[in-house]
Design a protein around this ligand. Structure first.
Ligand code: ADP
Length: 261
């Protein structure tokens, strides 16, 4: 082969490779910029709120109106909680995305875990008079092989959303379907739902629909992206479907445990 032609081809290939590397770096850079701007935006809202409450208290409200002052202190404290949750979520996301988290699989009864998780959230559901119904055919356990703690986090995030975005006097249904070597867990609410155009975006980090922003329902927009990361780290799948005004279903699969393993 002609050495000049072959060198030319090598140079061309090199250039193609470099240009795709540059595209990749540009995409990473864009991602980092957006990530930072999202984070600072999410932090500003509660910080400004806290600042506002403290300024008002400093201006003499404590003496003038004790009840209102207490109310403001509570609100400030709730915003501090929000910042703490946000930091925790961010910490988790970054660990999940950089692969710093190991999935420790063990065999456990998923029904038991669901019951335990619902127990943690029942008070919150009662405040909105939401019924949580678990569809269990019989009392026998369903064993799965997964990271129990992280699957609990998935359940908390999904059930918590079904309450947050559910309606007063509503209902959350939890269904468990056995598949061939997997099981499918679905959480369904009868809340305000998600518009068709947004359904594929809800797993993106920081994505929140205008509805949830405008109704001032607390959240960081990180919960579902944590869910997706955890389930995908198990090589399983997660999905969402929704009808506006009717309700939403989130589902994920888990690996069935075989024998004693
Ligand atoms: P957060 O709840 O903190 O905003 P998530 O990542 O858990 O963040 O959810 C992202 C967005 O998806 C929410 O802000 C909301 O707009 C929408 N969403 C999630 N779950 C539901 C649900 N069950 N019903 C309606 N909308 C939902």
């Amino acid at each position: 082969e002609d050495p000049i032609l072959s060198t030319e081809r090598e140079v061309k290939n090199w250039a193609i490779q470099k240009s795709s590397e540059i595209d990749q770096l540009k995409a990473q850079e864009k991602f980092r910029r957006e990530f930072l701007s999202n984070i600072s935006h999410e932090f500003k809202t509660p910080l400004f709120a806290i600042q506002g409450y403290i300024e008002t208290l400093k201006d003499g409200m404590i003496e003038d109106d004790i009840e209102m002052a207490n109310n403001f202190l509570n609100k400030a404290s709730r915003n501090i909680d929000r910042l703490t949750y946000l930091l925790n979520d961010l910490d988790q996301i970054s660990k999940l995305e950089t692969g710093q988290i190991t999935i420790n699989k063990e065999k456990f009864d998923v029904i038991e875990l669901i019951l335990e998780t619902v127990d943690h959230l029942i008070d919150k559901a009662r405040k909105q008079n939401i019924d949580i119904v678990i569809d269990i055919k019989n009392n026998s356990p369903i064993y799965v092989k997964a990271d129990k703690q992280r699957i609990q986090q998935v359940l908390v995030n999904l059930i918590d959303n079904s309450i947050k975005y559910g309606k007063q006097d509503g209902k959350t249904k939890i269904n468990i379907y056995p598949l061939f070597d997997q099981i499918l867990v679905e959480i369904t609410d009868n809340g305000f739902g998600i518009e068709e155009k947004n359904i594929s975006r809800v797993f993106e980090r920081f994505f929140r629909t205008d509805k949830s922003r405008s109704r001032d329902i607390g959240g960081s927009g990180l919960g579902l992206s944590i869910v997706k990361h955890i389930i995908e780290a198990h090589q399983q799948t997660v999905h969402a479907r929704s009808t506006e005004g009717i309700g939403t279903t989130f589902g994920f699969t888990l690996e069935k445990a075989k024998g004693n393993t």
